[in-house]
Design a protein around this ligand. Structure first.
Ligand SMILES: Cc1ncc(COP(=O)(O)O)c(C=O)c1O
Length: 441
């Protein structure tokens, strides 16, 4: 039997990159790592010609669809007529900030970055610079990018949810110095007692609390309105900066991100992903008095970088934000997301399994459990193994998603073209097969 193209490409790639991939999260095993040939709309075609309807969307940036001509044309025009970067200011810089401000009233001033990680680094440094304090707080299950201080997590996978001990805090992997967590505290989403205790014990030291109120990295498990409001109030009371990480939720769950849904504003927020429909653009911004600590004056918070505000990124952001502002794209996404949840709900109900959806239709999590989890610890008692089996079956049937229930289903405008009858049919088959396998085990 002749080798698949995937096997040929993987064997070659293994010679040149650790695990044969450009970054860790793309490695799905030597046999299953996906090599993409092309992408258009909501579909991916792999190197062996198999097509998938994609609900993974590159971990969320695709909000309109792959190769959206409106965005691509704006970028082409920019780079062929004006250039990619010069290391100087352009008119477009403030134009894009004005677009963001029109959608996100929490933003008064903003700076750009090249990735979500960089945006978070900028926001955290700004919060420290403004408050003169050093400790930072993160919420269990949230992800804020790959830099040492953010690369600590509660080891929920190896924690006994029925025991009495707290989960251990571990680094994401090798190479992260122990001292990098010295200034980081953890709290549990929706846990009022822990929140009160944190501020009682440490309020003088806390520069910021950083969170995704809808945890795009834990199956869209969401903060309750009351808990987020209490967090907002405590931050205000003690002069701690509330940083809302909108890298996944921003320009997706609503025009103004998670903050618009809750009607609660952060002091600083971070943006990336949907802001550029797949082009690498990111930003952090918020209160003008806080952002104004950033600058090249003595004692100012340093922020910069060669590619910051490059014109490939800014022209893509400008075109994407214009479309999100002027069209019903997000309404379409919500409608399609609701339809897909409804059909999946019918599939799960027919298989007799407990299920709960979490988060908004543009970015929803599926949890095989009776009640919607209220924090990351609750995720541990969901049947994530059954989800994994279901996801792998769906992938075989041509539906691309992350086989881990902590990664939500992302909807883009192009999903309005999906044949929902087909999706219900393959989801039914995938679920029946996953359940049958679970019984055999
Ligand atoms: C909420 C959140 N913050 C930050 C990041 C880091 O973004 P990037 O991968 O662009 O560095 C991510 C990435 O998934 C994210 O989901």
């Amino acid at each position: 039997m002749s080798k698949t193209r995937q096997a040929v490409l993987m064997a070659d790639a293994l010679q040149h990159m650790p695990q044969g991939v450009a970054e860790n999260y793309r490695y799905w095993g030597d046999d299953r790592t996906v090599f993409v040939e092309s992408a258009k709309g909501c579909r991916l075609t792999d190197c062996d010609g198999k097509t998938y309807v994609d609900f993974r969307l590159g971990y969320g940036p695709i909000i309109l669809g792959y190769r959206d001509e409106r965005v691509d044309q704006a970028v082409i025009e920019q780079i062929t007529q004006r250039g990619t970067l010069s290391g100087f200011a352009t008119e477009l810089d403030a134009e894009v900030v004005k677009q963001v401000k029109a959608l996100c009233p929490n933003v008064e001033k903003m700076r750009f970055a090249n990735s979500g990680t960089e945006a978070v680094m900028g926001a955290v440094r700004t919060a420290r610079g403004y408050t003169g304090r050093e400790r930072i707080v993160i919420v269990e299950g949230c992800f804020h990018g790959l830099y040492d201080e953010m690369m600590w997590k509660s080891d929920i996978e190896n924690w006994n949810p029925h025991g009495t001990s707290e989960p251990t805090i571990i680094p994401f992997g090798g190479g992260i110095p122990e001292r990098a967590r010295g200034l980081v505290d953890f709290i549990v989403l929706n846990d009022f007692e822990m929140l009160e205790r944190l501020f009682e014990d440490h309020h003088q030291e806390l520069a910021c609390v950083l969170l995704e109120p809808i945890i795009g990295n834990a199956g869209s498990i969401a903060a309750s309105q009351d808990w987020l409001q209490r967090l907002r109030d405590l931050c205000t009371q003690y002069g701690t900066m509330l940083i809302i990480d909108e890298v996944k939720a921003g320009f997706r769950v609503s025009k103004g991100g998670a903050q618009e849904i809750y009607g609660i504003h952060a002091d600083l927020a971070t943006y990336a992903k949907a802001m550029g429909n797949g082009y690498p653009v990111a930003a952090f911004g918020g209160r003008a008095d806080v952002m104004d600590v950033v600058g090249s004056f003595r004692g100012g918070v340093v922020h910069g970088g060669t590619y910051t505000g490059n014109l490939v990124a800014l022209s893509a952001a400008h075109a994407t934000l214009k479309i999100l502002t002027q069209t019903d794209a997000l309404k379409t996404i919500d409608r399609v997301g609701n339809q897909i949840q409804a059909l999946l709900g019918r599939v799960f109900a027919a298989s007799g399994i407990d299920f709960a959806f979490a988060g908004p239709p543009a970015m929803f999590g599926i949890h095989f459990t009776k009640e919607v989890p209220s924090n990351y610890r609750d995720w541990r008692i969901t049947n994530s193994e059954l989800y994994r089996a279901f996801a792998w079956k769906l992938i075989d049937y041509g539906v691309m998603l992350e086989p881990d229930s902590r990664e939500p289903w992302f909807i883009c405008e192009s999903h309005q073209d999906v044949d929902l009858g087909w999706l219900e049919d393959v989801a039914t088959r995938a679920m029946q097969e996953a359940c049958a396998e679970a019984v055999r085990k």
